[in-house]
Design a protein around this ligand. Sequence first.
Ligand SMILES: C[S@@+](CC[C@H](N)C(=O)[O-])C[C@H]1O[C@@H](n2cnc3c(N)ncnc32)[C@H](O)[C@@H]1O
Length: 246
Amino acid sequence: MDQSKNPWELNAEWWQNSFTNGMNAEYSEQLLPLIVDLMKGFQKVLDIGTGEGQIIRALEGMSIDAVGIDQSQKQIKRGKEINPSSFLLRALAEDLPFSYAFFDAAISCLVVEHIERFEESFREASRVIKSGGRFVLVMNHPLVQSPGSSWVEDWTTDPPEKYWRIGSYLREELSEEYFGDGISIPYTHRPLSRYLNVLNDSGFVLTRMIEPAPLNSDEKNSEWKNEISYIPRFLIIVCEKTSGTN
Ligand SMILES: C[S@@+](CC[C@H](N)C(=O)[O-])C[C@H]1O[C@@H](n2cnc3c(N)ncnc32)[C@H](O)[C@@H]1O
């Protein structure tokens, strides 16, 4: 890709300032603690699409040898500035620069939606994780966060009601998520079956699915708090690398 058009080079600073180093409660209060928990007991861990390495930093002090890879030069550069001893490399998820079965586990957090050839990235993850190892995939929940999904408030009923519109769940499509201030990031929505079937074809078996309740700290006193509390933002898929396949 022409790096002057790579959305993660163009928007690296925005991401770093908005979503890392405690700037985003979903990360600091929910995702990072969950990931740390899921990586406990594994020694060599790969973080695929590490960004500026916040997961690698969260794993520090756990006797884990963690390596992060990301395709964005700016993300890797920033990660090395924050912690020069973090082991971060510039590389593609679809072409990992590691040998067969090098890692005990791998994590990829909010990355797969941004990878066009995601099948190759799963095959590569499977290649570098040893048999019996773990692969953790964190994604925007594909069932409820599909393009066109949103809240709908119905003020014609008494009392008014609020619904979550599912959107075009089955349509696999590339969209842009707009964050304001001219920042937009392309992502591909895919139905859950696409991910699970490709994981299976790549030599993984599902061991656990986690759908954390949304934090919604701003919504605690909202009149819609019951509706909002039951629509998850994230899906976490935990897999085991089986022997034999790949
Ligand atoms: C939403 S950020 C998540 C960063 C990090 N995983 C975290 O949770 O803090 C997505 C990252 O995926 C990286 N990325 C996207 N496509 C990639 C690919 N094909 N190979 C490696 N990294 C990729 C981007 O450069 C970006 O840093």
